[in-house]
Design a protein around this ligand. Structure first.
Ligand code: ZN
Ligand code: ZN
Length: 372
């Protein structure tokens, strides 16, 4: 294994405590570790700004090193202010262990839920005698729950792009167009409007298929007098957005209208209680209560929402039993839905910023039932 070391001394930890980031303190003493190995790429990006697809970060109380391979020599030097080690041969873990050996670190924290078994085995197999691996929980993910002003600005941008792509597409949706063609058009538009890519595979589900909460678009063509569920997200400047709207082609029946109203009321009621201090569980139970009282309790088969940011699904999860207290600066989705087999499904999802005394719904798109 050959590695090239390049040090940028003025920058130690600068990436973590840059102007638009609060200084993240990792309490090595409390964690009882000498060094922390960060392997989850979104966590690597969060801490170092590196956007490549192969990297490890080794953090100690007084050093901050990014390991990546030679495809990323130029990119890493442009994006990161920390020390960079380009590994030209062999796995990154082995290069990280070389440094661990040289610096005689003993207790190495690692992200146990975000490392492959193979990488773990490689680490374990090459660690020097006397050194040990210590699993740490979702430490960086917890830091990421509260967004900085810069992150909120990026999410806002991503949300606006997403809504604009939706609004610029729905006017051209007609019976006879396939789910896949609608999904392709939405993704084309979001990229034309500035997104790097879709945040996830766009969900377009027509008719009875809208009862599948995570339907993949198919060649099925949109008919008349049926529901159309669109769940889409953009990734812009690395940050995600997430929105669902349910449309109707033709004239909706009373049953559709009342089901739509119940889901909308659940969405509004949950948003109404989102504020710093409320628990994620309270928000979920509120949405559930509204749907239960409309006789749709059993049709609401998923949790009310999730955090988002560098990833589409982040903490906190907005689920029935979640005790996490919401804090100002968290960005979450509120997405109650009702799904009936053989009939169809309705979901209404917004991206919401938690504030001290309430919340701000970032999604500008109307929630009235859209008729095509
Ligand atoms: Zn969604
Ligand atoms: Zn979502």
């Amino acid at each position: 294994m050959k590695s090239v070391e390049r040090s940028n001394s003025s920058s130690r930890l600068k990436a973590v405590s840059g102007q638009d980031r609060p200084p993240h303190k990792i309490d090595f003493a409390e964690l009882k570790i000498d060094a922390l190995l960060v392997s989850a790429l979104p966590n690597v990006r969060y801490l170092s700004r590196f956007t490549g697809s192969n990297a490890l970060l080794l953090i100690t109380p007084d050093s901050f090193t990014l390991f990546t391979d030679s495809r990323y020599t130029i990119q890493a030097s442009e994006e990161c202010a920390c020390r960079i080690k380009i590994v030209s041969k062999g796995p990154l873990e082995v290069a990280a262990v070389e440094m661990i050996k040289r610096k005689t670190f003993k207790r190495i924290g690692f992200e146990s839920s975000r490392i492959s078994f193979q990488a773990y085995e490689r680490l374990k197999g090459t660690l020097p005698l006397g050194a040990s691996l210590k699993p740490v929980g979702p430490l960086i993910e917890e830091m990421r729950m509260i967004k900085t002003a810069d992150e909120i600005a990026r999410i806002r941008r991503s949300v606006l792009t997403n809504s604009e792509a939706f609004e610029k597409t729905i006017g051209s949706i007609r019976p006879g167009v396939s789910e896949s063609a609608i999904a392709a058009e939405l993704e084309f538009k979001m990229r034309r409007l500035g997104a790097e890519r879709a945040a996830f595979e766009t969900i377009v589900a027509a008719g009875q298929r809208s009862a599948l909460p995570h339907a993949q678009p198919t060649s099925q063509k949109l008919g008349v007098d049926e529901l159309l569920l669109i769940d889409m997200g953009s990734c812009q400047n690395g940050y995600m957005s997430d929105m669902t709207r349910t449309l109707f082609v033709g004239r909706p029946t009373r049953q559709i209208r009342s089901m739509y109203k119940a889901v909308l009321n659940a969405n509004l009621a949950a948003i109404d209680i989102v504020r710093a201090g409320a628990t994620a569980g309270e928000v979920d139970r509120k949405a559930r209560q509204v749907l239960e009282s409309a006789g749709l309790g059993k049709s609401f088969v998923h949790s009310t929402g999730h955090g988002l940011g560098l990833e589409i699904h982040e903490s906190p999860r907005i689920g029935k039993k979640e005790a996490t207290r919401l804090e100002a600066g968290m960005v979450i989705t509120i997405e109650p839905g009702a799904y009936i087999r053989g009939f169809g499904g309705i979901r209404i999802e917004d991206t919401v910023l938690v504030t001290k005394h309430g919340c701000e719904v970032l999604t500008p798109t109307s929630k009235e039932l859209i008729l095509l």
